[in-house]
Design a protein around this ligand. Structure first.
Ligand SMILES: [Zn+2]
Length: 98
C-alpha cells in the first residue's frame, strides 16, 4: 500500500511542523487530492486511480458524467508529537466534535 506523507493537520498545536505517514490504498494521489482528503474526508479519483476499484452502477455513471468519482477516504493522520486530532478544554473534556 502506498504511504503518503501529510503535513500535521491543525490541532492542539497550530505551529506543529510535523508530518504524518499515512497508508492509503490508492496510487499516485496528488497534493491537492491529499489535502482534500485531509480537509473533508474524501476526494475525486481519476480513471487511472480507479482502475483497481469495482465500481457500482452509480459510480460508473458518475465517472462517465464527470470523468472522476468521489470517494470517501478515512485516514488516520494523528500526529504523535502534538496529538493533532483531538482538542481538549481546560477541564480535560474532549471537545473535538464541537
Ligand atoms: Zn502535529
Amino acid at each position: 500500500m502506498p504511504i503518503y506523507e501529510l503535513p500535521c493537520s491543525d490541532g492542539t498545536d497550530r505551529h506543529c511542523t510535523g508530518t504524518v505517514e499515512v497508508p492509503i490504498s490508492i496510487e499516485r494521489l496528488t497534493a491537492e487530492q491529499l489535502k482534500e482528503i485531509q480537509d473533508s474526508g474524501g476526494t475525486r479519483l481519476t480513471p487511472a486511480q480507479l482502475a483497481s476499484f469495482e465500481l457500482d452502477d452509480q459510480e460508473r455513471k458518475e465517472l462517465k458524467e464527470f470523468g472522476s468519482v468521489y470517494f470517501d477516504i478515512d485516514i488516520d493522520d494523528i500526529c504523535d508529537p502534538c496529538g493533532s486530532d483531538q482538542t481538549y478544554d481546560d477541564e480535560g473534556n474532549n471537545i473535538s466534535a464541537l
